[in-house]
Design a protein around this ligand. Structure first.
Ligand SMILES: Nc1ncnc2c1ncn2[C@@H]1O[C@H](COP(=O)(O)OP(=O)(O)O)[C@@H](O)[C@H]1O
Ligand SMILES: O=C(CO)[C@@H](O)[C@H](O)COP(=O)(O)O
Length: 475
């Protein structure tokens, strides 16, 4: 490996399953060192924020002595999670994560109370799913009022970690746009909804602008980062990956991780009243229309494990259909659903069922693809495939077959952490973070041409969803 040319920066991805840290040469984008430490997630989809902090320290430690040379750092994190802190900054209870659907009744009530889906879409850019922080806060107040009453600060996962680095309560517009209490129309906290859910704005972090610093690293025992290093705003993980790809409008991204997401950058503020597309802000000054599923790589891995199969052991054909809604589902909005298997015959093999699970997981994302792209986007633009699943052949081939589009798999693998590193480098060098990532050529990688779209499978999935509607909505 060539010796680094420029100052070093650190990018962090604190996502659902683990924390990943990269030490990156700000001049070239070369990854100089990396570390990763796992998180524990309970069956109820809760995680201890203190554990994220320990995982961050462990991942940084794994990077070795070079991490002590970092001049700037930034944290990207899983979106939406509700972190509630007491007066000492300690978690009141474990964080409620984006894939917990227990707040579905509170979500329905909030949509209704504010005037319906159109009002939400116009004011917040999104009709909230159960992932949105506002629904979780409403759940907490109703189900655990003593925990809500003990709360002195409310944070998102990336805010919590950034605050532990700097000592200051800050967030950014990208992650704030997934709370349901930050209006994309006014780009401010919305006092009416905060009042409705009984949350004082004083408990919320300050929303920093693009390119602002969150602060500097303060002296913290056991933290392997140099005191005084600059700390960038950080952002939600999808916004960080968009930065990490140097994404321009019209380029679709499909991310295959714990969540499946499909998104594109847009210069127009999104407002989809059907609720399929969340109208997030990006980490700069544009927008990030995005659709997200709750069941992606973990659902496929669970089905593979049930049959004792390797995740690549798929078999084409078989006529079987799987709706892999193991955790309930957000896209389509079916929070009470469970997984569904139909079309079983004597000749169905475990490999057919595994392939059908991939198909079911990819289908909902591709259904949303056209909606996240602007109307004038070129339908032949390749999909950028990222996330842990992008390493798998079965995932890639399923996306090609069901999309009929060319696919590019960026060589750079940790795009959330790289995006955070680009944000840190942008702050340090006074450059636009997306321009930094483009200079680093992060979106380049092997390209796979379009194949004919498998209309038969798509039609079968669509018919199954419609036919099973009553079953999928049962509580
Ligand atoms: N070689 C691989 N082939 C296919 N899938 C993989 C491979 N390696 C990891 N994965 C999948 O990637 C997922 C983790 O993806 P990642 O994007 O890191 O998740 P998250 O950011 O949500 O924590 C795992 O659930 C696993 O199924
Ligand atoms: O809820 C969303 C997006 O709205 C998820 O994409 C989370 O941000 C979690 O991301 P991963 O841990 O799967 O990367």
């Amino acid at each position: 490996m060539a010796a680094p040319e420029g100052p070093l920066v650190v990018g962090v991805d604190s996502s659902t399953q683990s924390t990943k840290a990269l030490v990156v040469d700000a001049a070239t984008g070369q990854v100089v060192a990396r570390g990763q430490a796992p998180h524990t997630v309970s069956a109820d989809h809760e995680s201890d924020p203190e554990q994220w902090w320990r995982a961050l320290c462990a991942a940084l430690e794994q990077c070795g002595p070079v991490v002590h040379q970092a001049a700037a750092v930034s944290v990207g994190g899983q979106q939406h999670g509700l972190v509630t802190l007491d007066a000492e900054g300690r978690p009141v209870r474990p964080a409620l994560l984006w894939n917990d659907v227990r707040s579905a009744p509170q979500r329905d009530r909030l949509v209704e109370e504010l005037g319906g889906p159109e009002v939400w879409a116009e004011r917040f850019g999104s009709v909230p799913a159960t992932s949105f922080t506002v629904t979780k806060w409403a759940w907490l107040r109703e189900v655990e009022p003593e925990a809500a009453a003990a709360t002195r600060a409310v944070r998102l996962p990336h805010d919590y970690l950034t605050e532990r680095l700097t000592g200051r309560g800050t967030t950014d517009r990208g992650d704030a746009s997934g709370t349901g209490w930050w209006s994309t129309a006014t780009q401010e906290y919305d006092e009416e909804i905060l009042e409705k859910v009984g949350l004082s704005p004083d408990l919320l972090p300050r929303v920093l602008g693009h390119g602002e610093a969150a602060g500097t690293v303060r002296p913290v025992e056991g933290l392997p980062l140099p005191q005084g290093a600059l700390v960038a705003t950080g952002t939600g993980d999808n916004m960080a990956a968009a930065l990490g790809l140097g994404l321009r409008p019209g380029r679709p991204v499909l991310s295959l991780g714990t969540s499946g997401t499909v998104y594109a950058v847009s210069t127009h503020r999104p407002a989809d009243p059907t609720g399929t597309v969340a109208g997030f802000a990006d980490a700069r000054t544009d927008w990030l229309p995005l659709a997200c599923t709750l069941n992606c790589t973990l659902a496929v891995d669970r089905v593979a494990a049930l049959f004792g199969l390797d995740r690549e052991a798929v078999e084409a054909g078989g006529g079987v259909t799987v709706l892999p809604f193991l955790d309930g589902e957000r896209t389509p909005h079916l929070p009470y659903a469970s997984g569904l298997l139909t079309g079983l015959r004597h000749d169905t093999t475990p490999g057919h069922i595994l392939q059908a699970t991939y198909d079911g997981a990819v289908y909902a994302l591709l259904e949303a693809l056209e909606r996240v792209l602007d109307a004038d986007a070129d339908a032949d633009t390749p999909i950028l495939l990222i996330g842990g699943g992008a390493k798998g052949t079965a995932w890639r081939e399923t996306v090609r077959r069901l999309s009929g589009r060319p696919v590019v798999v960026p060589r750079a693998q940790e795009l959330v952490a790289l995006g955070a590193a680009a944000q840190a480098a942008g702050l340090l060098l006074g450059e636009d973070a997306a321009a930094v990532a483009r200079r680093w050529s992060t979106a380049e990688g092997p390209s796979y041409e379009a194949v004919e779209r498998d209309e038969e499978t798509l039609a079968r999935l669509s018919a199954t969803l419609t036919g099973a509607d009553t079953l999928l909505r049962q509580r």
